[in-house]
Design a protein around this ligand. Structure first.
Ligand SMILES: C[S@@+](CC[C@H](N)C(=O)[O-])C[C@H]1O[C@@H](n2cnc3c(N)ncnc32)[C@H](O)[C@@H]1O
Length: 232
């Protein structure tokens, strides 16, 4: 059997669950921001959700519980994560589908428009070219009045990618106190091999070029940000 890659190691979901429970990536603060945005737009009507890179869907399920969800579709590369997502979504009581696949193919495929396109901590895995295509496809995918709700890592303006990797991995070891040392190693290897975050202004430019504009951004920490886009 091949050794698991760093991306699989990081997606051993009990490690990621500890990252979330410890609020090390600010899911709590960012989730409160998502709740506020959805409450403002969708308190009075049901809405559809497409969740790309849904993982175990644990955080979003908790948020959606307060709303009437017409249908939910989640897409992820990890079958293990989707198995956990299924259990979480069953508690929501809305129709849902889960797809094992690549979010870039999903968003590019012709399908019914959605009210809420959600991608949390997944976009930064894509190259700049793929992010550019993702924003263009996102703009096409939104139903009238729809929102693209993006939570992601962003590097600081002017910060080179390798400087970001050095700073982020040092921060992981210094602050993610609920993880064991070998989990720190796995997370850090994952970051260096798989994370390609852009600065906020680069994401804003990609959104503008795609015909989207940012209506809300929230950054409880410089590298962890909620960005909500809608059609211009
Ligand atoms: C850090 S987890 C985030 C999970 C969840 N959205 C959250 O915020 O808690 C990133 C997820 O994105 C998925 N992912 C990364 N690249 C992907 C791609 N190209 N297509 C589909 N899923 C992808 C990974 O498998 C993983 O489940």
């Amino acid at each position: 059997m091949n050794a698991p890659s760093a991306i699989e190691l990081f997606h051993v979901w009990d490690t990621y669950a500890r990252v979330i429970t410890g609020d090390h990536m600010f899911h709590r603060e960012l989730g409160a921001g998502v709740h506020a945005v959805l409450a403002e737009r969708f308190a009075a009507r049901p809405f559809s959700v497409l969740d790309l890179g849904c993982g175990d869907a644990a955080t979003l399920t908790g948020i959606l519980r307060a709303f009437e969800v017409a249908r939910y579709r989640g897409v992820d590369l990890s079958e293990g994560a989707l198995a956990v997502a299924k259990r979480n979504l069953e508690t929501l009581g809305c129709p849902f589908t889960l797809q094992h696949g690549n979010m870039c193919e999903e968003i590019a495929a012709p399908a019914e428009p959605v009210d809420v396109l959600h991608a949390s901590y997944a976009l930064h895995h894509l190259s700049r070219e793929r992010k550019e295509a993702f924003f263009r496809d996102a703009a096409r995918k939104l139903a009238p009045g729809g929102l693209f709700v993006l939570i992601d890592l962003v590097r600081e303006e002017g910060q080179a990618l390798d400087a970001y990797h050095r700073a982020y991995t040092a921060w992981v070891r210094a602050t993610m106190s609920s993880l064991a040392p070998e989990e720190h190693d796995a997370v850090c290897a994952h970051v260096v091999q798989n994370d390609f975050p852009e600065p906020w202004t680069a994401l804003e430019l990609l959104a503008n070029d795609a015909g989207l504009h940012a209506r809300t951004t929230l950054a409880p920490h410089p590298w962890h940000r909620l960005m909500v886009f809608e059609a211009r």
